[in-house]
Ligand binder design. Structure first.
Ligand code: NAD
Length: 492
């Protein structure tokens, strides 16, 4: 589906902000096709956007909440109306199949609607009359929010920040990843058009723009989703001005398969395969290492491979029946392939899974043959590191204590899953260090925007989604009105 490349612009103060320097975004399915061009903004452009956002904040924070909600609902309707075009653009620039792009838009809208439905109740002033007077607890907007997002879920990871931030009365400068900047720009344009100029600003670029967004003294909060290494730079960059931060980072999520998991349950087995390979494994919360009770290991592996061979159909994101597209970029292909080669070199067995729907296309694009890796060790990079691609190691454990130890033996703690009889699985889940643990499902299949999402350990700080995800864009402001204003122990 070759088309003329589209051009997008930055948005500063409600207007398209044009710059000479443009970066092409290729189509990972056919890398010789340019899907569009995104601007490469400078630090000076970024300062302009931050200045505008800071100026606009002074009035926007005082605007009525009803008005903010109404504006956001109009934007939601427009995104709904334009879903087919946005999904198509996302699949072309990202490589994920069309159903996956539509799913991402649906989740984005679900969260934006949740935010609109609940923000007034969650952020309303709490007034307490008590034995020593009266206290008002108000949830105030923080100021200018810098939002920095990755390429894997560019729409949902941007709207997860935009909706609560703007509804709470903050202004924002958002920087998407240059590896998927186009569809998110369309969504930002729609939202920005519904709000007063300067409330939502958009800049494009790489680390230098990111450094300005995270160090500028006028920025009050950073909302970042991306890699743990990048987050370390961001924390250092923000240290001089002590900024509020929500960090959603990498994960290496364990799936523990207990002895009482029914390996003949085809639906459950397919869910597990999807939990490993959806979006070609490029999801922070995908199950990235499977630990199986050694009592059922051999049977499990056989049935897992059967299920994977049925579900995995690699091909054109617009092709019929395709479940997995290419990887988003060449660097990611190399990273994943290096991990597989390293494991194979150390004696692990690598088994190819699924069907390649079009061999010629497979050779052209950033495709990888999905694989399962057997016989790797806990300390091998394929188990220890985040692969972020279509491969998964399966290991065994001897008892539940061992399984819990192996799952927790990671610098990460984003999500995890336990597979088996429900009560038993919940018992094991309680011992896992993670922001979310899912029972008999995993990854986005177990995601619910009504509940807080985020990581422990080096997977992040703070929560998005749920009421915590709304409160995350506010400062708590206490107004205290004691009956007796003088303290008894201070002499007159
Ligand atoms: P990345 O960290 O390379 O980039 C993320 C964003 O940070 C991009 O917009 C990038 O341009 C920007 N950036 C790069 N250097 C910067 C700097 N010095 N200062 C400020 N910004 C900078 O991540 P990625 O490769 O785009 O995404 C993949 C990673 O994101 C994986 O580790 C994945 O697990 C993680 N992720 C986490 C979640 C979550 O919710 N926890 C969700 C999706 C992805």
């Amino acid at each position: 589906m070759s088309k003329d490349p589209i051009k997008i612009d930055a948005i500063i103060n409600g207007e398209k902000y044009k710059v000479e320097k443009q970066e092409p975004r290729e189509n990972p399915t056919h890398p010789d096709e340019i899907v569009g061009y995104a601007p490469v903004n400078s630090r000076e452009d970024t300062v302009k956007a931050i200045d505008v956002a800071r100026e606009t904040f002074i009035t926007w924070r005082e605007s009525p909440m009803d008005d903010r909600v109404e504006r956001m609902r109009k934007a939601i309707q427009k995104i709904k109306d334009q879903t087919p075009e946005i999904a198509e653009l996302l699949s072309r620039e990202h490589g994920k199949p069309l159903y996956d792009s539509e799913g991402e838009i649906a989740v984005s809208l679900m969260w934006m609607e949740y935010a609109c439905d609940n923000v007034q109740e969650v952020l309303k002033n709490e007034v307490q009359e008590h034995d020593s007077g009266k206290t008002i607890i108000s949830r105030d907007a923080i100021g200018v929010v810098s939002a920095i997002t990755p390429w894997n879920y560019p729409l949902s990871l941007s709207t997860i920040k935009m909706a609560p931030a703007l509804l709470a009365g903050n202004t924002m400068v958002l920087k998407p990843s240059p590896l998927a900047p186009l569809a998110v720009s369309k969504v930002c344009e729609i939202i920005s058009d519904e709000f007063p100029p300067g409330v939502l600003n958009l800049v494009h670029g790489e680390a230098d723009v990111g450094v300005e967004l995270t160090s500028n003294p006028k920025v009050a909060k950073i909302a970042f989703t991306g890699g743990t290494e990048t987050a370390k730079h961001i924390m250092k960059s923000a240290a001089d001005t002590i900024k509020n931060m929500t960090l959603e980072l990498g994960g290496n999520d364990a799936a523990i398969v207990l002895k009482d998991f029914d390996v003949n349950d085809e639906r459950a087995m397919r869910r597990l395969v999807i939990s490993n390979f959806l979006t070609a494994g490029q999801i922070c919360m995908i199950a990235k290492r499977i630990y199986v009770d050694r009592a059922i290991y051999d049977e499990f592996v056989e049935k897992y491979i059967d299920a994977a061979n049925k579900w995995i159909r690699v091909g054109d994101p617009f092709g019929d029946n395709v479940t997995i597209g290419p990887v988003n970029n060449q660097k990611q292909v190399e990273h994943v392939q290096n991990l597989i080669d390293d494991a194979e070199g150390k004696g692990a067995k690598v088994i190819k899974l699924g069907e390649i729907m079009d061999e010629d296309l497979f050779e052209q694009g950033y495709f990888m043959h999905p694989t399962v890796v057997l016989g790797a060790n806990q300390d091998d990079p394929i188990v220890k590191e985040e692969q972020f691609g279509p491969t998964v190691p399966i290991l065994s454990f001897k008892d539940e204590q061992d399984a819990i130890r192996l799952a927790n033996d990671s610098i990460y703690g984003l999500t995890s899953s336990v597979w088996g009889k429900e009560e038993h699985a919940v018992d094991v889940a309680k011992h896992i260090q993670a922001g979310t643990t899912m029972i008999n499902t995993a990854a986005v299949q177990g995601l619910d925007v009504r509940f807080p999402f985020g990581g422990v350990k080096q997977s992040g700080i703070g929560r998005e989604y749920g009421d915590e995800g709304l409160l995350a864009y506010t400062d708590t402001h206490v107004i205290n009105i004691p009956d007796d204003k003088d303290l008894p122990y201070i002499p007159e």
